[in-house]
Design a protein around this ligand. Structure first.
Ligand SMILES: Nc1ncnc2c1ncn2[C@@H]1O[C@H](COP(=O)(O)OP(=O)(O)O)[C@@H](O)[C@H]1O
Ligand SMILES: [Mg+2]
Length: 344
């Protein structure tokens, strides 16, 4: 969310634009990082989610993608976000009653449920009629391009921080070859482009007690690789500590959570090609390295992209990512074995 302040008048006039005039309470909601989200209670009892869409993305592209994706899922009978109205920069969804999201995984079962939900999401969108969805963020997962941006930031060194991150730069340098692997395989047609979610954090899956799920936060749904979606689940859901944990001894990838992700994902991801399955374990390391590269780039560039709470925040985040990569590398053989076991 942004730090922007909203008056009740502003929120209520946005709601009135969608014909909602009986709001009894409109208040900040959830812990999302991107949009400004509000829960709306009404005299009639119907509840809504009101969001002011972030300025980071092209709002028209976002709107078009979301309306197409939700309409497609709805037509197939798949439960999805119900769009009440969408007039940039505002949109209103029906509140998903009976569903909840968790911000932090404490039970591997949740990891399995979320992974299954994202697999089904990819599967359900495979037959979205042409044209392809537009790229909300061009080159979002292009690790080669991310490396180029890192090199630029290191060369410019606007804050004089380069010397202090020599170790991190060397760590990344040693992995340049593998960093390019998926980008190259996609360019060569060896790994297919699919419609993917691109923000597969656990709190973007709403879960009901009966195990049913709704994938939300569709802002970054666009063409990509299934591997990036799975890899980001591994990065976020197998992490033993927060993204900005300073004590690196607490930071590692938990094998039982990785196993739960694979167990939830593979049975519902029958569409995967052999090349994708073979790179599933690797994808976790790759995405984590890529995010580490982005944090370091922003640190060198003077913290212009990610919101930071203190001076070295981006460096701390970079270090957790590189530590996660190290941890996954150390467990690579076991992780490969898990994928083989559940892939049968
Ligand atoms: N339709 C909905 N019904 C109930 N809760 C919702 C709904 N949409 C979003 N939320 C809650 O609001 C949080 C933030 O919404 P989200 O769309 O994920 O925004 P962000 O892009 O900022 O992460 C979610 O994690 C979820 O808890
Ligand atoms: Mg979210």
């Amino acid at each position: 969310m942004s730090n922007r302040q909203y008056s009740q008048e502003e929120l209520r006039s946005a709601l009135a634009g969608f014909g909602i005039n009986d709001a009894t309470d409109v208040s900040r909601y959830g812990s999302g990082h991107i949009n400004d989200t509000f829960k709306v209670e009404t005299a009639g009892g119907t509840r809504y989610i009101l969001q002011r869409v972030t300025d980071i993305f092209d709002k028209d592209v976002l709107k078009e993608n979301i309306l197409r994706v939700t309409a497609h899922l709805k037509a197939k009978g798949v439960k999805t976000l119900e769009v009440v109205g969408y007039e940039n920069p505002w949109r209103v969804y029906r509140f998903l009653e009976g569903y909840a999201s968790v911000d932090l995984i404490t039970d591997p079962k949740d990891a399995a449920i979320a992974a299954g939900a994202f697999a089904s999401f990819q599967n359900d969108l495979a037959d979205l009629p042409a044209p392809p969805l537009k790229a909300v963020i061009p080159r979002f997962h292009d690790t080669v391009d991310r490396l180029r941006l890192l090199d630029e930031a290191a060369a410019a060194d606007v804050k004089g921080r380069r010397a202090s991150v020599a170790k991190e730069l060397a760590f990344i340098d040693a992995r340049r070859g593998e960093a390019a692997k998926i980008v190259k395989m996609m360019a060569a047609g060896e790994i297919p482009e699919r419609i993917t979610h691109n923000d597969t954090k656990i709190n973007n899956v709403m879960m009901a007690p009966d195990g049913s799920t709704v994938v939300i936060d569709l802002d970054t749904t666009m063409p990509g690789s299934a591997l990036y979606d799975f890899g980001d689940m591994v990065r976020t859901s197998s992490a033993a500590a927060a993204e900005d944990e300073k004590d690196l001894s607490k930071v590692y990838s938990k094998k039982e959570y990785f196993e739960a992700l694979v167990a939830g994902y593979l049975p519902k991801a029958k569409f995967l090609t052999e090349a994708e399955r073979e790179n599933l374990a690797f994808s976790g390391r790759l995405i984590t390295l890529t995010i580490g590269i982005r944090f370091l780039t922003d640190y060198l560039a003077g913290d212009t992209y990610f919101h930071t709470a203190y001076d070295d925040h981006n460096l701390v985040r970079c270090r957790t990512q590189l530590k996660m990569v190290e941890s996954m590398e150390a467990q690579a053989a076991e992780y490969e074995e898990i994928v083989r076991r559940f892939g049968k």
